[in-house]
Design a protein around this ligand. Structure first.
Ligand SMILES: Cc1cc2nc3c(=O)[nH]c(=O)nc-3n(C[C@H](O)[C@H](O)[C@H](O)COP(=O)(O)OP(=O)(O)OC[C@H]3O[C@@H](n4cnc5c(N)ncnc54)[C@H](O)[C@@H]3O)c2cc1C
Length: 381
């Protein structure tokens, strides 16, 4: 029997492997990854500087330790080049591997904006341990950094960097931070809280040009403003890695399309994590990956198990203004009810029938997270 092959050793790959081993100790399991295969908590990347963490100290276990724990063969620094679903084989760096079942957990790529200027290639993004090592090097010993994007990751890095004394400029086309997740009052409170720890906002603007200057970089914004800085980070979003699946003829939409058993359009290939679109949902977060990993492990043992998604609010790791969000579905009709004071913001999105469909809690209002989450509908019941 050929092994089950998992491509990717991020949270998706290691979660499904661990959950599978709880159910089956003997089936052959092989993992391949383009990375070094360290097990680490990716969410910590945006809080790691203030915590004094290096890429080395963020790693919880290395690939040999994981191979031992999971009774799996783990090939690191090996890139999947193509998939042949008919032959059930993979082409990897000069070799061909056969699989009985294949799990794709290849993650997502940071979106790169098209920028003018001679330093567009110097813009950093932080999406894995190696990126983090490069980022630490780039900001070591300099006082200033500019961040493009005021979404979850941009705001978290801004808080972390400002917290350890960097002068941080954040540029975003929206009128307030976390513009897609927070109603205006909550966005304004985040803006103010991060400003109070030293974040300098450039909202309603985009970066047009990044040029090298004698000491660092010069950013030209769409309103003509100029920012001088020492490092530039992009945090404008992620795009699921779908090209190998597409080339193999699998159905791809925003992500690799899978049903609730995490099965792709090919009966022997599954996908989960940031690369996958599960029953129409692309949710690049830890909680959905844990749910999917548990369900898929059972399916891999032969017992088809649909994933369920309860309501899963996301905690924004901005200690200057603790925040929890569960945005309402895009097509939902309803209104935000907002109560705000200097201690917090409690914004609840209710539909016409008065049912809770989304929330944004900031400051002291985050204490209500568990009680309110129980009122939210499941995403996949
Ligand atoms: C800075 C940051 C902070 C975050 N904070 C939070 C948070 O607070 N809460 C939350 O819920 N979520 C958070 N997230 C999101 C969460 O961390 C991700 O959803 C999750 O880690 C993704 O796991 P994954 O296994 O799908 O992808 P990844 O961890 O990206 O793993 C992909 C794997 O695939 C491998 N790979 C890719 N292509 C190939 C190839 N061709 N051949 C071989 N191997 C390949 C890679 O080497 C890697 O091992 C954060 C993300 C970031 C970047």
């Amino acid at each position: 029997m050929e092994p089950i092959v998992i491509v990717g050793t991020g949270l998706g790959g290691y979660t499904v492997a661990r959950e599978f081993r709880k159910l089956d100790q003997s089936a052959a399991l092989r993992m391949i990854t383009a990375s070094g295969g360290q097990f680490y908590s990716k969410p910590m990347l945006s809080n790691a500087l203030a915590a004094g963490k290096t890429a080395e100290t963020l790693a919880i276990a290395d690939a040999p330790q994981m191979a031992d724990r999971l009774k799996a063969e783990i090939d690191t620094r090996v890139t999947l080049l193509s998939i042949d679903p008919q032959a059930q084989t993979l082409e990897v760096d000069g070799d061909t591997l056969a699989y009985s079942k294949l799990v794709l957990t290849v993650g997502a790529d940071p979106i790169r904006l098209t920028l003018a200027g001679d330093a567009a290639d110097a813009v950093l993004s932080v999406n894995d341990l190696e990126d983090y090592a490069g980022f630490r090097e780039a900001v070591a010993g300099v006082p200033r950094i500019a961040i493009m994007g005021a979404g979850l990751i941009g705001c978290e890095f801004a808080n972390d960097l400002a917290g350890v004394g960097y002068a941080v400029d954040v540029i975003d086309p929206a009128a307030w931070p976390l513009g897609r997740l927070l109603p205006p009052e909550a966005g304004a409170s985040m803006r103010q809280a991060l400003a109070s720890v030293g974040v300098h906002w450039h909202l309603g603007q985009v970066v047009n040009t990044v040029d090298r200057v004698k000491a660092g970089y010069r950013l030209q914004l769409s309103n003509g403003d100029v920012i001088e800085t020492d490092a530039v980070m992009s945090a404008v979003g992620l795009r699921p890695r779908t090209s190998l699946a597409r080339q193999a003829g699998l159905t791809v939409n925003r992500g690799i399309v899978v049903d609730r058993t995490l099965r792709t359009s090919d009966a022997h290939i599954y996908a989960l994590g940031d690369c996958a679109e599960v029953a129409g949902l692309v949710l690049p977060f830890v909680m959905p990956i844990m749910q999917a990993g548990r369900a898929l492990a059972r399916t891999l043992t032969g017992e088809d198990t649909p994933v369920t998604y309860p309501a899963m609010p996301v905690v924004v790791k901005t200690p200057a203004w603790p925040t929890v969000v569960s945005p309402p579905p895009l097509d939902d009709q309803g209104e935000w009810e907002v109560a705000a004071d200097s201690n917090g913001v409690r914004a609840l999105f209710r539909d016409a029938a008065g049912d809770l469909k989304g929330l944004a809690l900031c400051g002291e209002a985050t204490e209500e997270k568990n009680a309110l989450t129980r009122e939210l509908p499941a995403l996949l019941a």
